[in-house]
Design a protein around this ligand. Structure first.
Ligand SMILES: [Zn+2]
Length: 207
């Protein structure tokens, strides 16, 4: 499975590609999308209370139904606060779903073989491990879980994911803006329409 760092990068990238901000602040919006993409692995917490961190891991929280519910919750909050329902629903559901896709495509020999992608329609675990992945060292015992993650080996796993997903996240951040830049309309006087992400006039473009 990817680490929370890998999932956060993927969630950030997905939100950037949608071009829909979750907040007026770009930083807050990016951080929120990254956080949403790590949410499914909160299913470790109830397991920790019952003595085994992996007890509920990759079950209902790793389903499209959960992605839709979290998206609906975000859309409802967005609608109440600023009248934006569908943009927040789509972006949050997409960021959450990025986690499902990565878990579906990466090997995980420690936990369940796959994820319950179509829960509650079926309890079947879906699994297609075609992406490269290094698994984290960890203990599932409640008293050792968090401390067991702090190893040099796990640091290398994070570095591997940063090298793999970091450039993709950077590309997702830059590409949509560059494409909008190219498509930006020009007003007859050569002025930029700022409401459409227009580019500034080139030198000599103004009379
Ligand atoms: Zn997961």
């Amino acid at each position: 499975m990817p680490t929370p760092i890998g999932h956060a990068l993927a969630g950030y990238a997905v939100a950037e590609v949608t071009g829909i901000r979750l907040s007026r602040s770009h930083t807050v919006s990016a951080a929120t999308a990254a956080l949403v993409a790590t949410l499914p692995d909160a299913d470790y917490l109830p397991g920790l209370l019952w003595g085994n961190a992996a007890l509920y891991h990759r079950f209902a929280t790793h389903s499209l139904c959960a992605a839709l519910l979290v998206g609906l919750l975000a859309g409802t909050v967005g609608w109440v606060r600023c009248g934006r329902f569908f943009p927040l629903l789509i972006t949050v559901a997409a960021a959450y779903s990025s986690h499902l896709i990565l878990d579906w495509l990466t090997p995980d020999t420690r936990g369940s073989p796959g994820i319950q992608l179509l829960w509650p329609l079926t309890d079947r675990f879906f699994y297609w491990p075609i992406l490269p992945s290094l698994e984290l060292e960890r203990s599932d015992a409640p008293g050792e879980f968090f401390a067991s993650l702090l190893t040099i080996y796990n640091l290398r796993v994070v570095a591997f994911e940063l090298a793999l997903l970091g450039p993709l996240a950077a590309l997702a951040s830059v590409l949509p803006r560059r494409l909008a830049h190219r498509r930006a309309p020009w007003t007859p006087g050569g002025e930029v329409d700022p409401s459409d992400g227009g580019r500034p006039p080139s030198s000599g473009g103004q009379s």
